[in-house]
Design a protein around this ligand. Structure first.
Ligand SMILES: [Cu+2]
Length: 507
């Protein structure tokens, strides 16, 4: 049975409802149809048509689970735990376990005070449960197999019922064979909006979960016993360049919510802004308890929400700052050849293996430039193309695209940022004085400002571009400059300084 047939029989007509496992209160009523999603692109937010007003979240490369409200006021959802096929990025699909056609499962959204009933149907080949991470609820609804409930056997449907006592950022995942099941991609986000629509209101609200898979190049199923040496680092089971951009209108107040169900922490770093953590899976953070950051450590088994005012237009990288987490399938036993002259070796090996290319003598970028073909169903280690060339990233990397004049609710990719004249780093011609830039980002030529702080914006930065000598001697920057190569520091009186404050936003 392929996945399409599988979904076809998982419709309401074929729903398997174990009478013993569904609460007596709902026996008479039907179990709501389980929606399923085939798309891997970010779906538009699900704006509530009834009930309290709130600004729905946007799940990166995901969607929100539709619900229905019963006559007696229960908000009902239906999750189906099942095997899924998830495209990690174009060129690689993984065979995972998830919910309702995707991994992660759909985001559940509801409102503080809601009475919710979540049906969980198990279409996995083994038992499962669902734990509602961070929720304050009755012990018997906590979803810990064996401890608070019997596990949900294959074919059974269970119902979870509780009242959402507080707003915030939560997630759900199995608490039965959870090591293997989470390693297979079983997880989802759960957002509870405040009852007061004005409380913590933002214009754009994004959410994603971090995870990691160990999938050998050419394989489809993650190695579920791997503890630390993963090779595919994902947000919502997508890796760069498969992660959609976070599209934002200039002037918006933006929240990014993120959770971590991988085996290690992720320092999530965003360029172009400073911001504050305004919420965790424990609740909202009081204003007096917040501090500015540009990287937020996302611990294992935790969620963080950070907020900023999008006043600085541009294409701003957002990524995990662990460098190996912004790479795709990489053999971690690759040897280091930086500084090693492989030319003689290459000649000899080339006699045995025509076309043999030694790599790594000058670093890793050559591997990207050569565009070496990989095996089927895997992703290049460093990849992605931007307007200026290869981005040389993978894994947990995306772009926050802040643009002027985007309509409310417009999340379409606006393309690459059109930089105003004079605001892009530029190549200095050999032997020539730096070309005068126009616009707001002209280099500051005032020597009095060398190294001096200015208006609390931090010290000016003196940039001395030096030509590296490459080759047998390696990449040490202390190598003597070749006499024929003029350097900026050899031009008396014109050290090239860029006052970084002129590059930044105007507050
Ligand atoms: Cu990371």
């Amino acid at each position: 049975m392929n996945r399409r047939e599988f979904i076809a029989v998982s419709g309401p007509g074929a729903m398997l409802v174990g009478a013993a496992s569904v609460s007596g209160r709902v026996l008479a009523a039907s179990v709501p149809e389980a929606a399923s999603m085939a798309e891997v692109t970010t779906q538009p937010p699900l704006v509530p048509k009834t009930g309290p007003d709130y600004n729905p979240v946007v799940t990166l490369n995901g969607w929100t689970l539709p619900w229905r409200v019963t006559a007696d006021g229960w908000k009902e959802f239906h999750l189906v735990a099942e095997p899924v096929e998830r495209e990690i990025a174009p060129g690689m699909t993984a065979h995972l376990w998830g919910y309702n056609g995707q991994s992660p499962g759909p985001t559940i959204e509801a409102v503080e005070g809601d009475k919710i009933r979540i049906f969980v149907t198990n279409k996995l080949p083994e038992h499962t449960t669902v734990h509602w991470h961070g929720m304050i609820l009755p012990s018997g609804m906590d979803g810990v197999g064996g401890l608070t409930q019997p596990t949900i056997k294959p074919g059974e449907t269970f119902a979870y019922e509780y009242v959402l006592t507080k707003s915030g950022t939560f997630m759900y995942h199995p608490h039965a064979d959870e090591t293997f099941q989470m390693a297979m991609g079983m997880m989802g986000s759960f957002v509870v909006h405040p009852k007061d629509p004005a409380f913590m209101r933002v214009d754009r609200d994004f959410i994603f979960l971090t995870a990691a898979y160990d999938i050998d190049p050419g394989a489809y199923v993650p190695k579920v016993a791997t503890m630390t040496d993963f090779n595919i680092w994902v947000w919502n089971s997508r890796a760069f360049p498969g992660i959609d951009p976070l599209v934002v209108a200039k002037g918006d107040r933006v929240r990014v919510r993120m959770g971590n169900l991988s085996m290690t922490n992720h320092p999530i770093h965003m360029h172009g802004y400073d911001f504050e953590v305004t919420g965790t899976d424990g609740g909202w953070v009081k204003e007096s308890a917040r501090w500015p950051e540009v990287s937020i450590d996302l611990p294992v088994g935790a969620m963080r929400a950070f907020e900023f005012k999008a006043d600085n237009p541009g294409d701003w990288a957002i990524h995990c700052h662990k460098a190996h987490h912004t790479m795709n399938a990489m053999g971690h036993s690759v040897r280091t050849y930086i500084g090693v002259d492989q030319r003689e070796v290459a000649k000899r090996v080339g006699q045995l293996i025509p076309g043999y290319m030694p790599m790594g003598s000058t670093g890793g970028a050559a591997m990207v430039e050569m565009g070496m073909p990989g095996p089927e169903n895997t992703l290049p280690m460093m990849t992605g193309t931007g307007p200026f060339g290869s981005v040389e990233m993978g894994g947990m990397f995306s772009v926050v695209k802040v643009r002027e004049g985007l309509a409310r609710g417009d999340y379409k990719d606006p393309g690459w940022y059109q930089h105003p004249a004079g605001t892009v780093a530029y190549k200095v011609q050999d032997g020539a004085a730096p070309a005068a830039q126009t616009g707001t980002a002209a280099p500051d030529m005032n020597p009095a400002r060398i190294g001096a702080g200015k208006g609390g914006r931090g010290p000016t930065l003196e940039v001395r571009a030096r030509q590296r000598t490459l080759g047998m001697q390696g990449m040490a920057t202390s190598d003597p400059m070749p006499a024929a190569t003029p350097t900026t520091s050899s031009m008396p009186g014109t050290p090239m300084q860029h006052d970084m404050s002129t590059m930044g936003r105007q507050r």
